[in-house]
Design a protein around this ligand. Structure first.
Ligand code: ATP
Ligand code: F1X
Length: 301
């Protein structure tokens, strides 16, 4: 079974505003609301690609209820822990020529709720996959991802981490199966600017040297570089298409990679699956559907 953890789920309020201006009233020309948070997005795209998963994490308030209701509506298995105070955040994603995002900080997670998460994680079995993705709520220690990987050590659970900064750096020595920074996030870890696939490979290799088994560096419209545990460096352009909404493109790529790897046990095909899922999300409204990904796979492989 695949499990995704979203520490800080959200309702993504996606709006289109014509000529947005600060300091005045702007009105939307289009608005949509989706359940969000990186782990949740991975679960949604996995479901769209025919792979079941269970969403773990923390929810609070009426926004938390709505996130869960929408996931259940999509027949996605949920096993969230409720926080007694505060509400899950609403993240604003605005398109007005460019994309602007305002992400909330989310409710405080208490020690009781954290213990309940560890109880759930203790039930994971050999062969399961755990995806840790996204930011953590304010006040939570930055070693939390590392602690989770530490408790799973030796259990033969495949771990995937899509996080930034210290959250990512701290897990590397626990040999995650996959880490997926984008090129900006990878550059920030080493205080460099990464613009080319060659540089992405150079710095991606440093993550492998620090312990990651496979490193997938996504580069937006430019595609991605995959460094595999068997020593391959695979570079691939993204399938073409016009950007509509990049929210969740990276999460879709993680889902596509996992689905492709599960299906073919082949890194090159998994990379291509990931790219097609990422691009199908980026070039359409909402997250990639199974049909959109299939269409891209069929056209370009
Ligand atoms: N403008 C685009 N055109 C086509 N494909 C895109 C575009 N942007 C992203 N993608 C696809 O999605 C994948 C992941 O994108 P990106 O590198 O932006 O991830 P990310 O920064 O983690 O995304 P996000 O944080 O927006 O979810 C890319 O490798 C590519 O396949
Ligand atoms: O604040 P975080 O946890 O880093 O990112 C949260 C978020 O921006 O990531 C997803 C897209 O990847 C959205 O659904 C969600 O709003």
């Amino acid at each position: 079974m695949i499990y995704t953890i979203t520490f800080n789920p959200s309702l993504d309020y996606c709006i289109v505003v014509k000529d947005f201006k600060t300091g005045t009233i702007n009105r939307t020309v289009r608005e949509q609301i989706y359940p969000g948070g990186k782990g949740i997005n991975v679960s949604i795209v996995l479901k769209n690609l025919g792979m079941p998963s269970t969403t773990l994490g923390f929810l609070g308030g009426f926004t938390g209820d709505e996130i869960e209701r929408r996931l259940k509506e999509q027949k996605i298995r949920t096993d969230f822990i409720r926080v007694p105070e505060g509400m899950s955040r609403i993240n604003v994603k605005m398109r007005s020529g460019v994309e602007t995002e305002i992400n909330g900080s989310g409710p405080v997670i208490g020690t009781d709720e954290m213990s309940r998460l560890y109880e759930k994680l203790a039930l994971l079995k050999e062969g399961d996959t755990l995806v840790l993705a996204g930011s953590i709520p304010a006040g939570m220690p930055e070693n939390v991802y590392q602690e989770i990987l530490r408790t799973l050590e030796g259990k033969k659970i495949r771990t995937v981490v899509d996080a930034t900064g210290a959250l990512l750096r701290n897990v590397l020595s626990y040999h995650p199966f996959l880490v997926k920074p984008n090129h900006h996030e990878l550059g920030a870890l080493f205080d460099v600017k990464i613009d080319t696939k060659k540089d992405a490979a150079v710095y991606g290799e440093k993550l492998q040297q620090a312990g990651a088994r496979n490193v997938l560096v996504s580069m937006g419209a430019k595609g991605a570089v995959l460094l595999t545990e068997d020593g391959q460096i695979l570079e691939k352009d993204a399938p073409g298409g016009t950007l509509v909404n990049s929210v969740g493109a990276g999460d879709s790529m993680v889902a596509g990679f996992l689905a492709g790897y599960e299906k073919y046990k082949d890194y090159e095909k998994a990379l291509w699956y990931g790219l097609c899922a990422g691009s199908a999300s980026a070039c359409g409204e909402g997250l990639a559907t199974g049909a959109q990904v299939e269409k891209m796979l069929a056209e370009k492989i």
